[in-house]
Ligand binder design. Structure first.
Ligand code: DGY
Length: 328
């Protein structure tokens, strides 16, 4: 049933079908320009609506919630990660925060798997060599990478996306290892033949490829610190499709330049949209512009989750994708 009197403010241009559906259901204010709102615009929107629908890049910090006034009751984020939202500050003011988990997990895992293949097999280096005319014909010793099959993959954060990465990786013959706060469901662990490492440092010392799939929180900031990167074997690779802040990028660049790590595949950076210049220049590093969830299907389904959360809230129920602090 439409809730035409419920005021919903959307901060960024969304796929047309999502915007049309939002506008049909609610009293929706859309941002039709491909431009993020300023801090003042975000706060002004919050003062005017019951539901704020922000996305990655919008900073909803404690100062934002202090300026929001009492009208806004739900922040329905378009995206899985909520590290740009101060959920504690929201909850203190009685504001519920929701996200869009699950729907992007498979597409994000595809991108992680693409990087797990691309970096050891030097895919992008090969494309670049061909483009600059450096291919002189097949050679027994040119462009040798490392075999993927049989290697140990250490997943940091075996949640929805991490599990989808592990399933793909198993099909490519990788052995699955993981570090979480707690072991996963034993049936899934058995199915994946996954080895649980309660001690991250111990796992890192033994892995050939490490895939970061945990959320960015104060606890995971620089989880792959200089000290931890130094524990990894020099033939190891790092793949990150989660958040840039989880890796100490300068330390990663130092390790790769010094040959203390073999390479990296990164879809996310510490200071987006600016990639680290040293990582950008490193031949054994593949950088992508935060596009792991960038499929039409994911973005439409993310919009549908936003709508479901708003509708449940409007009907007086608990929205299904509430962020519960400590469980994120
Ligand atoms: C998310 O949903 O948080 C993703 O990073 C966007 O791709």
């Amino acid at each position: 049933m439409p809730h035409r009197r419920l005021k919903v403010g959307v901060t960024r241009k969304l796929p047309d079908t999502v915007e049309q559906r939002l506008a049909a259901l609610f009293d929706t204010s859309l941002n039709l320009k491909e431009r993020p709102l300023s801090r003042d615009e975000l706060a002004a929107l919050a003062q005017d609506v019951a539901v704020h629908a922000p996305t990655l890049g919008d900073q909803l910090d404690a100062a934002f919630f202090a300026r929001a006034g009492g009208r806004m009751k739900l922040v329905a984020n378009f995206g899985a990660g909520v590290d740009h939202i101060d959920v504690a500050a929201a909850n203190e003011r009685g504001v519920i925060v929701t996200n869009t988990p699950s729907v992007l997990a498979e597409d994000a895992a595809d991108m992680a798997m693409a990087l797990i293949l691309a970096v050891p097999r030097r895919l992008v280096e090969g494309v670049r060599a061909l483009e600059r005319g450096a291919f002189a014909g097949w050679s027994p010793t040119w462009m040798l990478g490392r075999r993927v099959k049989g290697k140990k993959l250490g997943v940091i954060g075996l949640g929805r996306v991490g599990e989808a990465v592990a399933r793909r990786a198993r099909a490519f013959g990788l052995a699955i290892h993981y570090h979480n706060r707690k072991p996963i469901n034993p049936h899934i662990e058995e199915e994946l033949e996954a080895t649980y490492w309660p001690d991250l440092d111990a796992m890192l010392k033994r892995m050939d490829i490490v895939s970061i799939n945990c959320p960015a929180t104060p606890q995971t900031h620089h989880l792959l610190s200089r000290a931890r990167l130094a524990m990894m074997p020099p033939h190891a690779y790092v793949v990150n499709i989660s958040r840039g802040e989880i890796i100490d990028e300068e330390a990663l660049a130092d390790a790769i330049e010094a040959g203390r790590l073999a390479g990296a595949g990164l879809d996310v950076f510490e200071k987006e949209p600016r990639p680290n210049a040293r990582l950008l220049a490193a031949p054994s590093v593949v950088l992508l512009p935060h596009m792991a969830s960038a499929t039409i299907e994911s973005r439409i389904e993310m919009g549908e989750r936003v709508i479901i959360n708003i509708k449940m809230f409007a009907d007086g129920h608990k929205p299904p994708d509430r962020i519960i602090l400590g469980l994120e």
